[in-house]
Design a protein around this ligand. Structure first.
Ligand SMILES: Nc1ncnc2c1ncn2[C@@H]1O[C@H](COP(=O)(O)OP(=O)(O)OP(=O)(O)O)[C@@H](O)[C@H]1O
Ligand SMILES: [Mg+2]
Length: 455
């Protein structure tokens, strides 16, 4: 379903267009006045604009130019009863996708709408493929990232099964795609299966396919994901969630390199490279009897762990600039930068949701950024304390230029308190300050006595 904005001063025509596209299953908003449409266009955020040419106040060409200024690349269909070749050429030069002469049969409009939306879909797909092939969507500068990039270069050309571990949102899928697109399978399919989202009863048929009538609901023969990924790469996402019964079948397929569809006897050869991800500790799952040990060894031929974003803060500036570009491109925004204080805040934040959370935060900030430069106020980061203290690596004290002395002091105090498991007496001794000073400082940071305190 696409969102379509229609402008035409003539009511009958407007209704005809709206009815036609609504019947195609699209969501429609319509305006009599192009100025009113311009006012609403950001909010409506249409995938396609269909506009009349001759309208009071502003003609269709001017309307198109105004739209292109605000939303470069906006898909646009122009309709007119006064069509001349010159006008059509002019409209297309200004960025219209096509030109429809009035009066027209609804089928003509339907056809044009389908064409535009289809070409839009292809453009998006091509762009994302180009990015994946060029590796430009795999961003980072720091030493951890460099190692990951090197890992991809080494491993991609082989057929080795890769096991990617890391917290949620660290870029496990991005890494899997990088391996695929830098391998000689790049021209083949990349197929993803989410093992966590599938009910146990369906997982086998999903992975290996089924024959018609092999179980209730199997109304036709279907290829499984392994067959779909033939000559390409299969990503088994959240492999740690796979039920034991499916695990033994998976092991067999990995060893034999052939699948048997549910309800069939015949084996089908598959040439598939398997990549798995998990945010569970598979070794522990093996110990707990929830994951087969033999499968674990089979899958972890080449294991790779992606560190959390807070362990590789050097990547944040590059990712921020990448997301500004990406979000501008996807939404037609024209944000051109970020204030140094805002960037420094992002570098200090803990990012429990890792790169996905950073991307979402950037998207939100860009919605609220009116000046073209993102500021501190455009962000809303849950629990934003410059540096959280805890016994874990979350509490790392990161000092960098741009930080104030007060921030550094706060970081050190919280970190020490975390290491002392919240014991204020010990922390104050280590810091060589009085317990009273420590209490006052904590109060200042918003930690009420006993409440929300890192103790
Ligand atoms: N190195 C990177 N460069 C650019 N974008 C990245 C990078 N790593 C991750 N992202 C972006 O962050 C988001 C999360 O990445 P991805 O889906 O790969 O994470 P994940 O580890 O698979 O998460 P989950 O465990 O929740 O499935 C995606 O939108 C992705 O595009
Ligand atoms: Mg994932």
């Amino acid at each position: 379903m696409a969102k379509i904005l229609v402008t035409d001063d003539e009511q009958i025509m407007r209704e005809l267009v709206v009815d036609t596209v609504t019947l195609l299953g699209h969501q429609c908003t319509s305006y009599r006045d192009p100025l009113a449409a311009l006012d609403q266009i950001e909010e409506d955020d249409p995938d396609l604009v269909i506009s009349d040419f001759k309208m009071p106040g502003m003609n269709g060409l001017e309307f198109l130019k105004q739209i292109q200024k605000r939303r470069p690349g906006q898909s646009f269909l122009m309709m007119t009863a006064f069509g001349t070749i010159e006008m059509a050429v002019e409209a297309i030069k200004c960025g219209a996708d096509n030109f429809i002469e009035k009066p027209f049969q609804p089928e003509i409009l339907e056809h044009q709408v389908r064409l535009v939306l289809e070409s839009q879909r292809m453009r998006k797909e091509n762009k994302s493929l180009r990015q994946q092939l060029s590796g430009k969507n795999f961003v980072g500068q720091g030493s951890v990232f460099k190692k990951l990039k090197h890992f991809v270069e080494e491993v991609a050309p082989t057929n080795a099964t890769v096991l990617i571990t890391g917290e949620s949102g660290v870029g496990k899928e991005v890494l899997a795609r990088a391996v695929h697109f830098q391998s000689n399978r790049a021209g083949g399919p990349f197929v993803k299966v989410n093992c966590a989202a599938m009910p146990e009863s369906l997982i086998e048929s999903e992975l290996f396919g089924h024959e018609k009538g092999s179980f209730t609901g199997a109304i036709k023969t279907r290829k499984g994901k392994f067959e779909q990924a033939h000559f390409g790469t299969l990503l088994l996402d959240e492999v740690g969630e796979m039920p034991l019964s499916a695990q033994s079948k998976l092991l067999r397929v990995l060893q034999e390199r052939e699948v048997v569809r549910v309800g069939a006897d015949e084996e089908i050869k598959v040439d598939v490279r398997v990549i798995c991800t998990t945010n569970r500790d598979l070794r522990k799952e093996v110990e707990a009897g929830r994951f087969r040990e033999d499968l674990f060894y089979r899958l972890s031929v080449v294991p790779v762990q992606i560190s959390s974003l807070r362990e590789r803060r050097e990547d944040i500036p590059g990712l921020v600039l990448y997301f500004i570009d990406k979000i501008n491109g996807d939404n037609g925004y024209a944000v051109h930068g970020i204030e140094p204080e805002a960037l420094s805040m992002l570098e200090r934040y803990n990012w429990p949701g890792n790169i996905r959370q950073l991307e979402n935060a950037m998207e939100r900030a860009m919605v609220f950024c009116k000046s073209g430069v993102i500021g501190v106020d455009n962000f809303e980061l849950p629990g934003m304390t410059p540096l959280k203290a805890s016994g874990s690596s979350e509490g790392e004290v990161v000092l960098h230029a741009g930080m104030t002395v007060a921030q550094a002091e706060q970081a050190l105090i919280l970190k020490t308190l975390g290491e002392c498991k919240g014991n204020r007496t010990r922390a104050s001794e280590m810091l060589d300050i009085s317990i009273r000073t420590l209490r006052n400082k904590l109060h200042e940071y918003g930690y009420a006595d006993g409440k929300d305190s890192p103790e």
